[in-house]
Design a binder for this molecule. Structure first.
Ligand SMILES: Cc1cc2nc3c(=O)[nH]c(=O)nc-3n(C[C@H](O)[C@H](O)[C@H](O)COP(=O)(O)O)c2cc1C
Length: 198
C-alpha cells in the first residue's frame, strides 16, 4: 500500500530484500529507497518469509499462496528491485529461492521481460559485488533486462545505518537518490519500449 498519488505516469516497482533478519541492512536499504524515491516511482515492499523452498512438486499440487501472491505482484508491476546481501561470495539462498519461484512456470514466468534493478549491502568491503553479479547472470536466462548503472554496492553497512535501521551515511544517501532518479528514467523508457507498436 502507498499514500503517494497514483497517476498515468506512475511507475510501480516490487521491492524485495533478500534477508529474513529483523535488523537486516538490506531491508533498511530497501526502506530508505522506498522513502527517497521520486514522486513518480512507487516501491511496494514484499517479504520473503512465507515462501516455501522451491519444489516443483508443490507447483503440481497447487501453487503455494505466498508464491501466487508474489508472482501476481511482480507480473502487474512495472519493475522489480532486488536488494541483496552476500553470503559466501554469492546470492543468499532465500533470494535465489524467490527468483526460482518467479521464473516458473517457464512460459508464464513473472520475470519474462521484467525490468529489474539491483542494490545490495554487506558488512564486507566489496558491498555485494559478487552476489549482484550472480543475479545478473540468472537474469540472462529469465530474459529480464537489468539496469546496468549506477551500481549500489553498500560496503561496511554496519557503519552506514543507525540502530533504528536509518541510512545515516550522507554519500550513500545521495547515491541512492541518484540511483532512484535513474531507475525512474530507465523504467519509463522500458515501459515505452514495451508498449511501442513496433
Ligand atoms: C553465512 C554468511 C556469509 C557471509 N558472507 C559474506 C560475503 O561473502 N561477503 C560479504 O561482504 N559479507 C558476507 N557476510 C556478511 C553479511 O554481509 C552481513 O551478515 C550482512 O549484514 C547480511 O545482510 P543483512 O544485514 O541484510 O541480513 C556473510 C554473513 C553470513 C551470515
Amino acid at each position: 500500500m502507498t499514500d503517494r498519488a497514483v497517476g498515468p505516469t506512475t511507475l510501480r516497482v516490487i521491492g524485495i530484500a533478500g534477508s529474513l533478519r529483523a535488523a537486516s541492512y538490506n531491508r533498511a536499504l530497501l526502506s530508505a529507497a522506498r522513502d527517497l524515491a521520486p514522486p513518480e516511482l512507487i516501491i511496494e515492499v514484499r517479504e520473503l518469509k512465507d515462501l516455501p523452498l522451491f519444489n516443483e512438486d508443490l507447483e503440481r499440487d497447487g501453487v503455494p499462496v505466498a508464491v501466487g501472491e508474489l508472482r501476481r505482484a511482480v507480473r502487474s508491476a512495472d519493475g522489480l528491485l532486488l536488494v541483496t546481501p552476500e553470503y559466501n561470495h554469492g546470492v543468499p539462498g532465500v533470494l535465489k529461492n524467490a527468483v526460482d519461484w518467479l521464473s516458473q512456470p517457464l512460459r508464464q514466468s513473472a520475470l519474462e521481460g521484467k525490468p529489474t534493478a539491483l542494490m545490495g549491502a554487506s558488512t564486507g568491503l566489496a558491498g555485494t559485488a559478487r552476489s549482484q553479479a550472480q543475479l545478473r547472470q540468472a537474469f540472462v536466462l529469465t530474459n529480464s533486462p537489468v539496469m546496468q548503472q549506477p551500481e549500489v554496492l553498500v560496503a561496511r553497512a554496519h557503519e552506514k545505518f543507525d540502530a533504528m535501521g536509518r541510512l545515516t551515511d550522507q554519500p550513500t544517501h545521495q547515491f541512492v537518490c541518484l540511483f532512484l532518479t535513474r531507475l525512474a528514467q530507465w523504467l519509463a523508457q522500458q515501459k515505452r519500449i514495451g508498449t511501442s507498436p513496433d
